[in-house]
Design a protein around this ligand. Structure first.
Ligand SMILES: [Zn+2]
Length: 541
């Protein structure tokens, strides 16, 4: 069986929606946590096939069929593993990585690299507590590290002289160079890290695969990391993940901070579920790794402009991973501090306050849009619309995507348009009550498809219908048709309301209100878009 890079498979799983992929073959209905449908692997009339989106697998209680997104594609499309991966990568819009099988020699070589890192770490650890490392030790203690923490994170000191290239003489030079610890210069080998406070970087299994060295004499850059090697890819490694993994399961969320020291201090002061990207750039791979445990992520950024920018970037990266049960949030540390300083001055409580005051991704995206674009002008609104659309189009879960769209539509209507703010001035014309046929159809729908009430309850309750009344006619509706019926009614009534508002504004214009002209333009634009939506809906079979 061809084996692809685990990170790639993780990202594939994280980006695609199991419910979407299965839903293309089998109509699924959500009941409780899971989705249910008729099993595609055996013949049945009542659904015993369940899909657990959050866990990433399906299970049939009738025939025992069981598997994940990959085995589903393999079994339903009769594909071998590599072909299924290719097809899924296509759907996810991901480029297939080159397939590189690991030979036994390769495994042996990698083991020898692990060995070098391990020995180097021991050496650096020892040196931290010698005369040479005194300054480094003072610094790390000043930053609030206890000896237990120094031991747990295996922090050390790389001296000014060439300790690795000078003393690891029984190791092959090529191997030393391949680890990134040593470079070849004009006068022979020299150490890459010199006079640095050394933070080992662990892979998910707790093996050291690289180092991050902090300068001690104030020289820039503050941190240098091992450049990418065969064992270490900066874009695919999250600092602290090996320590945080269990806590991320237990807390049912992860916290992402910007710096390594922040991550360590968070982990040791009440937030063991904290990690940090290496350097500042967060990547899809980082999110995919976190999403393996759960899709609940709280980003914690600096409150300054750079932090805001980083948050917007993180938001764009996380959207394809979002599901309807995800809880992705953004917290900001204000006052020019970082989490490390907050913990030092205010302790766990102060940090908890910041994390608790985080805002959800839906609000964050909305606030960002309104801060970035001038929504009091038609041009600004048009730009804002485009920005919002490109963002929410990244959401792969189709039901969720539609819900988010509705949510923003209503926010746009309520907050962007001047005439809706002028509502008090406009005489309110009541919408006509729905006719008997519509009423009976809705009573039927509500009784037959209670799952729709959750979604459209707010709208249905505006209609003043007694839904406890008994059903008059059995109608030949499936859930899709029922939903279409509700949405089109909602749109029709919205259009009626807009027309009413337009009439009122025309009255204002006749009465000499100078701003009325612009209001009419706004209403006309909204009418156009609502009519287009209705038309599109009616064209869907
Ligand atoms: Zn079955």
């Amino acid at each position: 069986m061809a084996k692809y890079d685990n990170n790639f498979i993780d990202e594939l799983r994280a980006r695609l929606s199991l419910v979407d992929i299965i839903g293309r073959r089998v109509p699924l209905i959500k009941k409780g946590q899971n989705y249910w449908g008729c099993c595609p692997f055996h013949n049945e009339k009542t659904p015993s096939f369940s899909v657990a989106e959050d866990k990433g697998f399906y299970h049939c209680f009738g025939c025992g069929a069981h598997g994940d997104i990959i085995s589903f594609v393999m079994n339903t499309e009769h594909l071998e593993y590599p072909a299924a991966i290719r097809e899924l990568a296509d759907m996810a819009g991901l480029k297939l990585p080159e397939f590189k099988p690991k030979s036994p020699e390769r495994v042996q070589l990698e083991d020898s690299y692990f060995d070098i890192y391990e020995k180097a770490t021991n050496e650096y650890q020892k040196l931290l507590f010698t005369d040479a490392g005194r300054e480094a030790l003072e610094y790390v203690r000043r930053r609030g590290f206890t000896d237990d923490m120094i031991k747990k994170y295996r922090i050390g000191y790389a001296p000014k002289n060439n300790i690795i290239s000078g003393t690891f003489t029984n190791v092959k030079q090529d191997a030393l160079i391949a680890t990134g610890l040593v470079r070849r210069g004009e006068y022979g080998l020299y150490d890459f890290f010199r006079d640095k406070l050394m933070f080992p970087i662990f892979n998910a299994h707790g093996a050291i695969v690289a180092f991050s060295g902090r300068s001690l004499d104030g020289s820039e850059p503050k941190y240098i990391n091992t450049t990418d090697t065969e064992l270490f890819h900066k874009r695919q490694t999250i600092f602290g993940f090996n320590f945080a993994r269990d806590a991320i399961h237990r807390a049912n969320r992860s916290i992402v901070v910007e710096g390594q020291i922040d991550a360590i201090q968070m982990q040791c002061n009440g937030f063991p579920e904290t990690v940090a990207p290496l350097g500042t750039a967060l990547t899809e791979d980082h999110i995919a790794i976190l999403c393996k445990s759960n899709r609940n992520i709280t980003f914690c950024f600096d409150g300054d402009a750079a932090g805001q920018k980083a948050a917007v970037r993180a938001c764009g990266i996380v959207l394809p991973f979002l599901r309807d049960n995800s809880d992705v949030r953004f917290a900001f540390v204000t006052g020019g501090k970082d989490p490390d300083e907050v913990l030092k001055t205010g302790g766990t409580d102060a940090m908890k306050k910041i994390i608790d005051s985080s805002i959800g991704i839906i609000d964050f995206l909305w606030n960002t849009t309104n801060k970035t674009y001038l929504t009091s002008t038609p041009g600004g609104r048009s730009q804002a619309e485009k920005f919002l659309k490109t963002q929410i189009d990244k959401i792969v879960d189709t039901d969720f995507h539609r819900e988010i769209e509705n949510e923003y539509d209503s926010r746009k209507f309520n907050q962007w348009h001047k005439w809706s703010k002028k509502k008090d001035k406009l005489p309110q014309i009541d919408l006509p009550a729905v006719d008997e046929i519509t009423k009976n159809t809705l009573i039927y729908i509500v009784n037959r498809f209670p799952e729709l009430v959750e979604q459209y309850g707010d709208f249905l309750s505006t209609l003043n219908i007694d839904f406890d009344a008994s059903v008059i006619n059995e109608l030949n509706f499936d859930v899709k048709a029922a939903e279409k019926y509700i949405v089109s009614l909602k749109l029709q009534r919205y259009i009626t309301r807009l027309n009413n508002d337009k009439k009122s504004v025309l009255q204002l214009a006749l009465a000499g209100d100078a701003g009325a002209g612009a209001l009419i333009d706004d209403i006309n634009a909204e009418l156009k878009s609502a009519n287009q939506k209705l038309e599109k809906l009616m064209n869907i079979e």
